[in-house]
Design a protein around this ligand. Structure first.
Ligand code: IMP
Ligand code: MG
Length: 183
């Protein structure tokens, strides 16, 4: 079987790898200032945030710890279910920690608002959120996100860690998925 060419499945590149890199550098500069005196724990939400975490964490000149959590709220469709289930929990005790949740995208906000409550109940000293992308029109619950890369239209996007049915995570850019793929 030959691998299909991803370019046939996208309608538009929203952000190139270079634009993403530049934006993450801006956010990393802010985080470096904000956490200069703090012991920072980065929590990546699997699997979508893998690329963001890998690039962003290496831009920080700070000593940080990294941990990962896997939750599912999506299944394989393009709509949020609102039902959050922990698939892999943290290894780290959050008590007294300064936590920065690293996310690929905030869509409805349901996953994140659930995570924020969950982390607060574990006694974290502070909890902030960094998200590469946010869809303001899709948000169903308000979540405070201190570090946002780009606000995007309410379209289904793929690439740079983001998938559709586990495909396209390895695309270097963030692009809009062509409707013929899911309709
Ligand atoms: P929520 O709707 O904010 O709870 O989004 C939960 C998760 O859905 C995100 O962390 C992503 O993994 C996934 N998701 C939301 N919108 C998109 C999209 O446009 N493309 C790919 N995954 C998405
Ligand atoms: Mg995600």
């Amino acid at each position: 079987m030959r691998a299909a060419d991803i370019s046939h499945d996208i309608t538009e590149v929203l952000y190139t790898a270079e634009e993403i890199h530049d934006k993450l550098e801006e956010l990393a500069a802010r985080v470096t200032v904000d956490y200069a005196e703090k012991n920072l724990l980065l929590v990546g939400v699997l699997k979508g945030a893998v690329m963001v975490m890998a690039d962003f964490a290496r831009m920080l000149p700070l000593e940080v710890q990294m941990d990962w959590m896997a939750v599912s709220s999506y299944g394989t469709g393009t709509r949020s279910s609102g039902v959050v289930q922990i698939r892999k929990d943290l290894d780290t005790d959050l008590h007294g920690r300064h936590v920065l949740i690293v996310e690929d995208i905030i869509d409805s906000g349901l996953t994140l608002s659930w995570l924020l409550e969950n982390f607060a109940s574990r006694g974290a000293e502070s909890i902030e959120v960094l998200a590469l992308l946010r869809k303001p029109e899709a948000m169903k619950v308000h979540v405070e996100c201190r570090y946002v890369g780009f606000d995007i239209p309410n379209e289904f996007v793929i690439g740079y860690g983001l998938d559709y049915a586990e495909r396209y995570r390895n695309l270097r850019d963030v692009a809009v998925l062509a409707p013929h793929v899911y309709s």
